[in-house]
Design a protein around this ligand. Structure first.
Ligand code: ADP
Ligand code: MG
Length: 487
């Protein structure tokens, strides 16, 4: 690691190493909240999903939601982490209008999940491991609304008490690229597991971004923490801005304050929210309303047995079963629907061809039209049909693109369309020879030319394609041409 300088940042006075640790808050997928039966549904009218527990009415008692516990354990298993059979809920005390209890129930000393690892697949095909420090369960807060009335602020408690998993990484991340890859991978794993929908634009996932810089090989530097960053792009921007700011301060002989910052998407900059001196003292203590959370290994084993196939394993399998390279397999498994679609297209067909068509032609077209696999006019069976026609030599790659267009626009069975519209490749060598003889007889200049400059053979191929509306197999044309011209 120390010999790898690729991620170092050049300052005016030498190289700096960036150190990043992320605390990701992921909303647990569950029908009801962590300690109450109120709905977790997104987008309801304000205060529609609030039970007496969520509103912190005096004397109300929290009751742990078993499904949320299972989701946290599943997530821990998916992050290859240690599962703690004993964990405990603590009160984190602070006052805020959207927190009616006056404290958040969280896990401090004894989290439900301990150390684990997330493997990042980088663009160059290499992998990079980020350690997981812990995962704990806690309640989300509500939402203050300052734009509803000229002189009052309102609160919406719908989100109050919804279960969150806080997933804390070790300070292993070394660049904004790594950080973005880490959050992307984490989101993919959570989505495969079905434990968090990962919709950052709805606030289901957000990150506190801890950043420091140091001279390579030295002790960790003082970090700043940028709170609640809610998109992967913003995480990258916040880090890049913070790294340059810290290097500037240090190179000018200053010191970094251990501050809490906010990221402003409009300016792409971070600004101070509070300093260490104003840091909260949360006066954590064990929540007297809840017993410690205890379960046995059998409970964990049962959940482990039912885990779905996860991205790392799926990637391995796609490489083995379909002969894909690490990069292509990595792109496909990044999204479960994409890799499922690929498998439907590739099963029993030419896998390399299928992967090219799925990742280039098909995804390219979806992107262009702002569509998804679910809303695509071309389904896996149709795309598979096109690929079969190419493999059999019934159509050329060029015609296949036209065929794809037709299926995209009009629907239908590719094989039938090829029949009906006379799109089959001309593989009949006799027919191609006849066309070529004519071209050679009518173009003596070009025939002279190609003998001196063999690249000019392309012109002849082009002529044949023109006459056959692209249906001649270029390989066959090339073969016959070379023979006839004596090349
Ligand atoms: P706290 O609970 O006070 O926020 P932690 O020690 O649990 O502090 O660390 C929180 C996050 O900050 C973790 O993701 C950790 O990896 C990261 N972190 C800790 N020290 C540093 C540092 N010097 N530079 C960058 N990140 C750091
Ligand atoms: Mg923190």
């Amino acid at each position: 690691m120390s010999s790898d300088k690729s991620h170092l940042v050049k300052g005016a006075t030498g190289d700096w190493e960036v150190v990043i640790g992320l605390e990701v808050h992921a909303q647990v997928t569950s029908n009801s909240k962590l300690f109450s039966g109120a709905s977790t549904e997104f987008g309801g009218a304000a205060n529609d999903h609030v039970s007496l527990v969520d509103a912190a009415m005096p004397g109300m008692l929290p009751v742990i939601n078993e499904e949320c516990v299972k989701q946290a354990v599943r997530t821990g298993l998916g992050l290859k982490s240690e599962i703690n059979l004993f964990s405990r809920f603590d009160r984190k005390n602070y006052f805020y209008p959207d927190l009616p209890q006056g404290y958040q129930i969280s896990q401090f000393q004894y989290p439900i999940v301990g150390e684990g690892v997330v493997i990042l697949d980088m663009k160059d095909g290499s992998t990079f491991e980020v350690g997981i420090e812990r995962l704990h369960l806690e309640q989300d807060a509500g939402k203050s609304m300052h734009d509803q009335h000229p002189s009052y602020s309102y609160v919406d408690f719908n989100r109050t008490g919804v279960a969150l998993m806080e997933i804390v990484s070790k300070p292993d991340i070394r660049s904004s690229e790594h950080a973005k890859a880490y959050v992307t991978k984490l989101r993919t794993i959570l989505r495969y597991l079905g434990t968090c929908d990962g919709n950052m634009d709805q606030g289901s996932m957000r990150a506190d971004v801890n950043v420091s810089v140091r001279r390579p090989g030295e002790e960790l530097g003082t970090r700043t923490e940028t709170k609640n960053v809610n998109s992967i792009r913003f995480i990258g921007q916040a880090i890049d801005h913070e790294v340059m700011r810290q290097i500037d301060v240090l190179e000018d002989g200053g010191t970094i304050d251990q501050e809490t910052l906010l990221f402003d998407p409009k300016t792409g900059k971070t600004r101070s929210m509070r300093s260490k001196e104003e840091a909260h003292d949360y006066r954590y203590f064990p929540c007297p309303d809840l017993l410690p959370l205890e379960f046995d290994q059998a409970f964990v084993d049962e959940l482990k047995k039912d885990l779905p196939e996860l991205p790392d394993e799926k990637k391995e399998r796609l490489m083995k079963d379909y002969g894909l390279n690490s990069y292509d397999a990595g792109i496909l498994v990044a999204d479960k629907t994409s890799s499922d679609f690929f498998e439907q297209v590739a099963k029993g067909r030419d896998a390399k061809l299928a992967s090219n068509w799925v990742t280039n032609e098909f995804f390219g077209r979806l992107n262009k039209e702002g569509k998804t696999i679910e809303t695509s006019p071309v389904n896996a069976e149709q795309l598979g049909g096109i690929i079969e026609l190419i493999s059999k030599g019934d159509i050329s790659g060029k015609i296949a693109k036209e065929l794809f267009e037709i299926v995209w626009e009009e629907g239908g069975d590719p094989a039938q369309i090829v029949e009906e519209r006379d799109m089959k490749a001309v593989t009949d060598t006799g027919a191609i020879e006849a066309i070529l003889d004519e071209i050679i007889a009518n173009n003596p200049k070009q025939v002279e030319g190609v003998k001196e400059k063999p690249q000019l053979i392309g012109w002849f191929v082009g002529q044949v394609m023109k006459q056959t509306q692209g249906k001649a197999d270029p390989k066959v044309v090339n073969g016959i041409l070379k023979e006839k011209l004596g090349l």
